[in-house]
Design a protein around this ligand. Structure first.
Ligand SMILES: [Zn+2]
Length: 354
């Protein structure tokens, strides 16, 4: 794990800016605190990868066994915080601690059982989570060594551990960092975001044993409180329709290349244009039918681990490799390969020539 990519966090800066412009005094304060911290993270993206608190975890166990440790920042912004629960310990009287522990376990189980991948680095990397980070902190992020979850402000955002796909999304950033290392900027950054959404929804679908047709394809449905007019943070099936709220505005995600957003905000729109590859995955998975992780998920995972995938790949290069990997796994001209090719065509991405 040598590639360091700073991450902005699950909640993109344009949403926090909306709250700062339109929110109540208290809402503004929480959003300002979160946004200035996120900007600081971008310039000082945390310590290099290391295993600072691995000593509290059991010695490396058998392959495929998770090694989790959950810590409590006690509303400070120091990492990792006070140890709250380690692998094998029973639940504690703190919902955020237990949710983080369970969600990391489900995510680890998904990657092990579906892809035979043992944790973030495929070598049993310890899964370290910190909850109660900051006061009313409105975000979750991966800092290159661990995952961090805020409590939300309680008015707009609930605590971030409530959503399994948000926890899985953050862990998947660690996997992307150790495989393709997709640079967190412009199209490669939007692919990085999209891959995290893809594995985020797949962990949820696997956990619920939902087929592609049964799933809602929403990201972060539990995050928004009842006061927000919206169903989730993002929709992979219909990007741009997740929320439409007086305070947060309308979900700005495009789902087709004709609506691609050129911007310097959000690292070149990494949380915006990710809607396009997100919808391509949704279209491919629903065209194949059945459990999305069994075919479309495998093709995307093979692509993420494909050494031909450059860390600055654009949509066209990534799309080409998904078609190549679909053909490798399922056969040239197979229904799977054709479904993937059609999905990219339907979102306006022209495959890069080989
Ligand atoms: Zn992300």
């Amino acid at each position: 794990m040598s590639v360091r990519t700073p991450h902005l966090g699950f909640i993109p800066p344009y949403i926090l800016s909306r709250i700062i412009d339109n929110g109540s005094e208290r809402q503004r304060e929480r959003a300002l605190g979160t946004l200035s911290h996120v900007r600081n993270l971008l310039h000082n993206p945390g310590p290099p990868n290391r295993q600072p608190i691995a000593s509290v975890l059991p010695e490396r166990g058998r392959p495929g066994e998770p090694r989790r440790s959950i810590h409590d920042a006690q509303q400070q912004m120091l990492l990792p915080g006070v140890l709250a629960r380690i692998e094998g310990q029973p639940p504690v009287a703190d919902a955020a601690v237990d949710e983080a522990y369970d969600a990391l376990g489900r995510t680890h189980a998904f990657f092990w059982q579906v892809f035979g991948r043992d944790s973030i680095d495929n070598h049993g990397f310890p899964l370290i989570g910190t909850v109660h980070y900051g006061v009313g902190y409105e975000n979750a992020f991966w800092n290159g060594a661990q995952m961090v979850f805020g409590d939300g402000d309680g008015e707009i955002f609930n605590r971030f551990t409530l959503s399994l796909d948000v926890v899985a999304h953050e862990l998947a950033h660690g996997i992307t960092e150790s495989e393709a290392g997709l640079v967190y900027f412009n199209q490669s950054g939007a692919l990085n975001e999209s891959v995290s959404d893809v594995f985020g929804v797949l962990v949820r679908q696997f956990s619920l044993r939902q087929t592609a047709d049964q799933a809602d394809w929403l990201i972060g449905a539990e995050l928004l409180t009842d006061k927000v007019q919206g169903s989730a943070m993002r929709s992979m099936a219909n990007p741009g329709t997740a929320y439409d709220d007086p305070l947060l505005g309308k979900d700005p995600q495009p789902g087709h290349m004709r609506d691609f957003i050129d911007t310097r905000d959000d690292n070149g729109g990494v949380h915006l244009n990710s809607g396009i590859p997100n919808r391509a995955f949704y279209l491919a998975a629903t065209a194949m039918g059945g459990y999305a992780w069994e075919r479309a998920g495998h093709i995307w995972y093979d692509t993420l681990c494909d050494r031909r995938l450059a860390n600055d790949s654009d949509f066209a290069a990534f799309a080409r490799l998904t078609v190549v990997n679909a053909a490798t796994r399922f056969g040239q001209g197979s229904g799977e390969a054709l479904a993937v090719e059609q999905a990219w065509a339907d979102v306006g991405v022209t495959l890069e020539a080989l």
